[in-house]
Design a protein around this ligand. Sequence first.
Ligand SMILES: [Zn+2]
Length: 582
Amino acid sequence: MRVHETLSGVRPDTVLLYPKWLPGTHAPEGPIDRLAGIKITANGAPVTWTRDPVDVFAFHVHPAPGVKSIDIDFDYLSPTSSKVGPIEITRDILLLEWNALVLYPAGYFARQIPVQASLTLPVDWKFGSALETMPASGRETQFKRLSLETLIDSPVYAGRYTSRLDLDPSGAVPVHLDLFADRPELLAISPEQLQAHRNLVQQAYKLFGSHHYSHYDFLYSLSDQVQQNGLEHHQSSEDGSDPEAFTEWSKTAYDRDLLAHEFTHSWNGKFRRPADLWTPNYNMPMQDSLLWVYEGQTQYWGQVLTARSGLWSQQQALDQLALTAAYYEVQAGRRWRALQDTTNDEIISPRRPMSWRNWQRYEDYYSEGQLIWLDADTLIRERSQGKRSLDDFARNFYGIDDGSFTTVTYTFEDVVKALNTVEPYDWAAFLRARLDSTATPAPLDGVRRGGYRLVFSDTPSELLKAHDDQSKRVNLLFSIGVELDDKDGTVLEVLWDSAAFKAKVTESSVIMAINGAAYSADVLKDAIRSAKATKVPIELIVKTGDRFRVLSLDYHDGLRYPHLEPDPSAPARLDDILAARK
Ligand SMILES: [Zn+2]
């Protein structure tokens, strides 16, 4: 991408910054390693620049005295291989984030820097964005003048095969689903699918009682060529999924809570934001201590709204919750590491590949956070005898200032106070116990109080089976403790202290043979079934690099897959939580 900027108001000691701390990623992830061809001029004459040796995201610029305006040219080299980074451009789709394409002057709040942006796309491409445009003139699209903050919060998706669907035809505020696909036939959406997406908008309004945008666009890529993104903004979101999300609807339910998750962020994360995460510009460090609210509660509402809108059946929502609950039952990392400490994970390792992830724990504030909010929701329902719920918290906390998108920050104390307004309780102690403890059982009180219990059977849920088939994975985490690549037996994950771990199976090794027979998922599953009745270990031949090992897998509990089973000892509160609001 070729970038040209004109910057006025420069001084002899101007410092230009490249955005480093990116909203929504909560991390110092600005792709500074992808800039090339930087050239700065004033009235056509070169201007020298030097990079700050301590802060490599800062450039010192030394224009001659009297120069008021400089021109900046550079190229942004988006990855051409997924080994370098997520793919942002193919011959059919572009995912454009403005933070990658801007150098801005130090010393200002981003919201106080006015910007006039324009964009030239390939011929015949269409784009989607929350940006508002000026009347068109030729191939260049001119956007209305706005602040740097709103520009960076308003990405552009563009492509060759696109479709724009109205998700709120009779609403006061437009909401659109902008689709960008690898192939035109992937854009086919059924009336039922469209209706479920429309329901999502209405169910969110019923929950929050407000909106914090003047229009909203889901920028949604159906592609296995570009990054499958999930990133929130005030008036739009970046969403990416399996290219067959619509055309293979019944096989792609797993993780279908993405759109509801990112939509919820318009309320929780963008409009209401943790105070220590709010920063005046992109080069001031963020602190992530409240991500268990920002992401955890968003994960909770994302799945609840997915069920309430009909994007999931109730059974699919229960099946997804069963997988989450079961994972925390077997995850070893919680033995040593408090959930609160995981809020630092984006800063420690911004989604780089890692080994032994379940022993390290990683970003558990999302899904364990979700379980804690289910715990809180069912506790409010129990204590108030069904009169109040976390829906009341959502309306009180996010429903203020309807129509405004000026961010209102919150602290831990604000969250506790808002919970107490709904239901008096020692919420500070409730939350701190769950955030700061180690070596405690998985937080499944909400499942139990919701009228269910976690059980295991030798058959996977429909949701998990479809996911394994579609993604070509084999999930044996809850039995021998591994997840495999179905095609060739490559070990994607090994649970710490599981039977496979004790047999010395390592991540990235390849299972070549089981009891002397060549690898297939069915051969392995048959061996696990057969070993249940015996004391004989399963023999594995495993390849690591170019070395082979024969391993002895001493496991006799058969296949195990998680499910939620009704538990009549508590009212079916979870059924009510997942039911559409009238
Ligand atoms: Zn999120």
